[in-house]
Design a protein around this ligand. Structure first.
Ligand SMILES: NC(=O)c1ccc[n+]([C@@H]2O[C@H](COP(=O)([O-])OP(=O)(O)OC[C@H]3O[C@@H](n4cnc5c(N)ncnc54)[C@H](OP(=O)(O)O)[C@@H]3O)[C@@H](O)[C@H]2O)c1
Length: 277
């Protein structure tokens, strides 16, 4: 299937590594010109150069923080100056799992707010900045990368809480993204713009590989053993790779996916046994 993406322009936030970088690669392979944004300049520059080298497509790196309005404006201005606007927004920036952990008495309000500022407000503000470009062209795609924790409240071990702790912001911020995307879908649909949410479950990235290696060493187990164990709750019994999330996003970003809007698309390998949730 020709996805008909050749020549489109995508802004991918959190594009320097992990899922965002994989999305950049997949879009560039389809002929999309990229603006990659993340806070660490060296990382985002490196990702852009690598993508240009491996795909032969243009990738512009912008260092910026999606919690800052001025930085978002700079990302969009850079896209406008180099490529004449933005057709596709992939709002992906965020810390996987979030940072607002309990126990309740210890929940740090600023951690919770930081998660919401990054994923919810970051998406709202970035969408507001790019929507006029899309409306002018009568076509656009807005894709929010949320996470399966929108569906399940969770408690798991983190470096700060090795014994496991309840997560007070990872899920709520993702649920907020789902609501926001559905509202955007309804407001912007008449202008040829779709808005959808993709829900990765545990997804293999450089960062999660490193975390697994550290955990395996702590527990005296092999990485493979831990990987199998943590994938045992999904249907495909293996970790989903970031490139597989990128494939789903690339299809939704394409003109071929015009009938899909306001939807929530899990790409978790069938995690969980729930029927309606
Ligand atoms: N991997 C998973 O298992 C998983 C599961 C469910 C959902 N997700 C979601 O998928 C998205 C990507 O996760 P990932 O695993 O690929 O994470 P990752 O490897 O840690 O990459 C996160 C990216 O976001 C950027 N970023 C973080 N905060 C930012 C900010 N305030 N402004 C701009 N850029 C920012 C990071 O670069 P800088 O740090 O340099 O800014 C990096 O490019 C996240 O929203 C995460 O919640 C991931």
């Amino acid at each position: 299937m020709d996805l008909d993406l050749e020549g489109k322009v995508a802004l991918v936030t959190g594009g320097s590594r992990g899922i965002g970088r994989a999305i950049g690669i997949a879009l560039a392979r389809e002929g999309v010109r990229l603006v990659l944004a993340a806070r660490t300049e060296a990382d985002v520059q490196r990702a852009a150069r690598e993508i240009e080298k491996t795909t032969g497509r243009e990738a512009l790196a912008v260092a910026g923080d999606v919690t800052r309005v001025a930085d978002i404006e700079r990302m969009v201005e850079a896209a406008d100056a180099r490529f004449g606007g933005v057709d596709i927004l992939v709002s992906n920036a965020g810390v996987p799992g979030g940072i607002g952990f309990g126990p309740l008495a210890d929940v740090d309000d600023s951690d919770v707010m930081q998660d919401i500022e990054t994923k919810f407000m970051g998406l709202l503000r970035t969408a507001r900045a790019v929507a006029p470009h899309m409306q002018e062209r009568g076509w656009g795609r807005i894709i929010g990368i949320a996470g399966l924790s929108a569906r399940y409240s969770s408690s798991y071990a983190t470096e700060r809480n090795p014994e496991g702790a309840f997560n007070y912001s990872g899920g709520p911020r993702n649920l907020g993204v789902i609501h926001l995307m559905r509202t955007l879908a309804h407001e912007l649909g008449k202008d040829g713009i779709t808005a959808n949410t993709v829900l990765p479950g545990a997804t293999r990235t450089e960062a999660l590989d490193q975390m697994l290696e550290r955990r395996a060493e702590e527990l005296g187990k092999s990485v493979e053993e831990l990987r199998q164990l943590s994938a045992s709750g999904n249907a495909i019994k293996r970790w989903v790779d970031a490139s597989e999330i990128a494939d789903v996003v690339t299809f939704i970003a394409s003109p071929r996916a015009g009938s899909i809007s306001g939807e929530v698309i899990p790409a978790s390998g069938g995690a969980g046994m729930g029927i309606f949730i």
